[in-house]
Design a binder for this molecule. Structure first.
Ligand code: SF4
Length: 322
């Protein structure tokens, strides 16, 4: 059987990102977990919907975060899965390296980090794995960032890719950053900036710069349509879940936002069959003895508002809403 984590390790980031839209075709039945291990973060990026704008860490507090042993026990009850770890800053969760080392049954698809914890913490990870290191120019300069990347590379167990959100300010620095990273043999992935609140759109000039850097997994800025209430058949909840810091499980990232985010809740009151019920996305808690994955796809009419959901779930848009 093809192992996605082996592909992760050996494929260049450009090829990996080009293949991402076909991920579900290549691995139709494997469970994927988007694991938001903590919403605590030492940065407050102006564009972050979970940490800065709506403080999800006030809902999912540190006190509610289970221990490493509890997580390993609960995750071991699920079928073998590919787990992508994000947050918040995952390394603010106490024992993140030990949790990664202890997940023997599952594969770590990758982890997104701002690379701010001490290098010694990353050294405690004993597995070879993919790190998506996010660059936040609001808090760190090029030299500090690159020297930390070099330290992480020297550990020798990480396949590192740099992630940058193309905010208006960041667009101007993409080219320079790409040059620097090339010299250090590290790839750069650009995520378009999306803001349903201000209906942000790039200028033509910005699009010209951006189009040179968008990988095929993010090449269409139209993939996120906040106005489309077309009915979809979707495998979220069946072979893909979004796991929150206290074990709460949502079908998808977009669904957890419909449940919690004032920005997205607005969309529940629009569309042909409004109001929509945000409970539709809530599947229960992984620590509950009766927690189960779905056995069949669900039908969803809400705008699919998270790019990672479209990477990980099998979504069929149904013609004529049938
Ligand atoms: S279609 Fe999108 S928003 Fe709806 S359940 Fe699937 S992943 Fe979630």
């Amino acid at each position: 059987m093809i192992d996605v984590t082996i592909l992760q390790r050996y494929l260049p980031a450009s090829v990996k990102n080009a293949l991402k839209p076909y991920y579900r075709k290549m691995f139709p039945n494997q469970l994927c977990i988007n694991f938001m291990v903590t919403f605590r973060c030492n940065y407050r990026c102006s564009y972050c919907p979970w940490v800065t704008r709506f403080s999800y860490s006030n809902i999912y507090t540190k006190e509610k975060e289970p221990t490493v042993e509890a997580w390993i026990g609960a995750l071991d009850k699920l079928p073998r899965a590919n787990i992508y770890i994000s947050g918040g800053e995952p390394f603010l969760y106490d024992g993140m390296p030990e949790l990664i080392n202890g997940l023997k049954k599952h594969k770590i698809l990758g982890l997104v980090t701002n690379a701010t914890v001490k290098t010694a913490v990353y050294e405690r990870i004993k597995k070879k794995m993919h790190l998506n290191v996010s660059y936040h120019s609001e808090f760190v300069n090029d030299d500090q960032f690159i020297s930390k990347i070099d330290e992480l590379r020297r550990i020798g167990r990480f396949h590192i890719n740099i992630n940058l959100v193309a905010t208006r300010k960041n667009i101007q620095m993409i080219q320079g950053l790409e040059e620097i990273l090339k010299d250090h043999n590290v790839s750069l992935h650009i995520d378009p900036f999306v803001d349903p609140d201000t209906a942000f759109v790039y200028t033509q000039e910005e699009m010209l710069i951006l189009s040179r850097y968008l990988a095929s997994d993010r090449s269409s800025l139209n993939m996120l349509d906040f106005t489309s209430y077309t009915k979809k058949e979707c495998s979220a909840g069946q072979n893909y879940i979004n796991l929150m810091p206290d074990g709460t499980v949502f079908r998808c990232v977009g669904g957890s936002d419909y449940f919690h985010s004032p920005l997205k809740k607005r969309l529940l009151t629009m569309g042909p069959d409004a109001p929509y019920d945000p409970d539709f996305f809530l599947m229960g808690n992984l620590f509950a003895p009766d927690f189960k994955l779905d056995k069949s796809p669900v039908y969803c009419c809400l705008p699919c508002t998270a790019a990672c959901d479209q990477d990980m779930a099998t979504i069929k848009w149904l013609r004529n809403n049938k």
